[in-house]
Ligand binder design. Structure first.
Ligand SMILES: *Cc1c(COP(=O)(O)O)cnc(C)c1O
Length: 341
């Protein structure tokens, strides 16, 4: 009997195709890990949560959208980069539930309608694009402005923070931790490590808290795609302590182990070194799995480097949580070059 979370889950909408598969990466393991006494690498296919709404944000939005409906909201307002996977997922979730969606996006006014931004428009979301400087300086006021604007037209909106990462959104990966335990039990192993890309910290926070509450030996490491290790150390704790306040469940945050690797961010958010693109090509051609240049490609590239460095030597199994993001491959197409006759 697999262990279960000692807390009751709040209301949740079933939007994803769960559980997602947990699959071995046979050829990647054979090339990068097993010959060097490294672990078998597994992938939790959260890129398959639901076609257009695919990726990690859907797990969080199952709880956030349930909250919006229970508060009687008819509109979702959220924010992110012009190629935000979270915004695209919110746009499609809104369409699926018959809710209005307003997206506050960071980008240049002439941002190409491609990748996720194309899907935002297809889903009928209202899109406002702000320059990076205005976005950085005024995000809170921009949220307040749109919230008031909708209210003035008789609409009640729920404002969802970046990446739906807060004490409510982290339920998504708390519940996923339970799902992983069931996966391990049917596959017959318990991994020493789970790794994922970390951007707004909520996925990592949910997995970290999940492993603590489930009392498993598995360590969780977020491979940062932006900011710094110190930022994620504090953001993960902030989301978990928000969860603790919302649920009234006391936690000893000082005993919480937060694992961050910030060595593979490269030039910055949304900008990757050529090696990351090489890794994307390698994983697609070796395993038939699509990574993206903003999140999963960077994180997986970091994981491969760490395997090479022997960091996971002696471990038997490591699980990479594939958090999605494939639609952003298209707007980044210029960074790949291929020969064809
Ligand atoms: C948002 C996102 C992440 C990071 O998840 P956070 O919970 O924001 O840290 C990782 N991968 C993809 C594809 C994402 O869209």
């Amino acid at each position: 009997m697999p262990k279960s979370l000692p807390v009751e889950l709040p209301e949740r909408l079933c939007l994803g195709n769960l559980p997602t598969p947990l699959q071995p990466l046979v050829r990647i393991s054979e090339r990068y890990s097993l010959p060097f006494d490294g672990p078998r690498i597994w992938v939790k296919r959260d890129d398959l949560t639901e076609f257009g709404m695919s990726g990690n944000k859907l797990r969080k939005l199952e709880f956030v959208a349930a909250e919006a409906l229970s508060r009687g909201c008819d509109t979702l307002i959220t924010c992110g980069g012009a190629q935000s996977n979270h915004c695209r997922t919110t746009a499609l979730v809104g369409a699926r539930l018959g809710l209005g969606v307003h997206l506050i996006l960071r980008g240049e006014p002439d941002t190409a309608v491609d990748g996720n931004l194309l899907l935002d428009h297809l889903a009928g979301a209202n899109v406002s694009i702000y320059s990076p400087s205005e976005y950085a300086a005024n995000l809170e006021q921009i949220f307040a402005y749109w919230h008031e604007e909708y209210l003035a037209h008789g609409h009640h909106s729920l404002c969802i923070p970046t990446g739906a990462s807060d004490g409510l959104g982290i339920w998504g990966y708390l519940a996923a931790s339970q799902e992983l335990i069931e996966d391990y039990s049917s596959q017959g192993f318990e991994p020493e490590h789970i790794v994922c890309a970390t951007g707004s910290g909520g996925t990592q926070a949910g997995l970290t808290l999940g492993c603590q509450l489930l009392q498993v030996k598995t360590g969780v490491t977020g491979y940062a795609v932006c900011d710094s290790a110190a930022y994620f150390q504090s953001k993960v704790r902030e989301d978990i302590s928000h969860w603790s306040r919302l649920t009234g469940i006391d936690l000893d945050l000082s005993s919480l182990k937060v694992g961050v690797n910030a060595n593979y961010i490269g030039p910055g958010y949304g900008v990757a070194d050529p090696e990351v693109y090489q890794t994307i090509i390698e994983v697609a051609s070796l395993e038939g799995i699509l990574l993206d240049p903003v999140y999963t490609g960077k994180a997986f590239h970091g994981l491969l480097q760490q395997l090479r460095n022997g960091i996971y030597q002696g471990c038997s199994n490591v699980v990479f949580v594939h958090t999605g993001g494939q639609f952003s491959l298209f707007p980044y197409r210029k960074n790949f070059s291929f020969q064809q006759d």
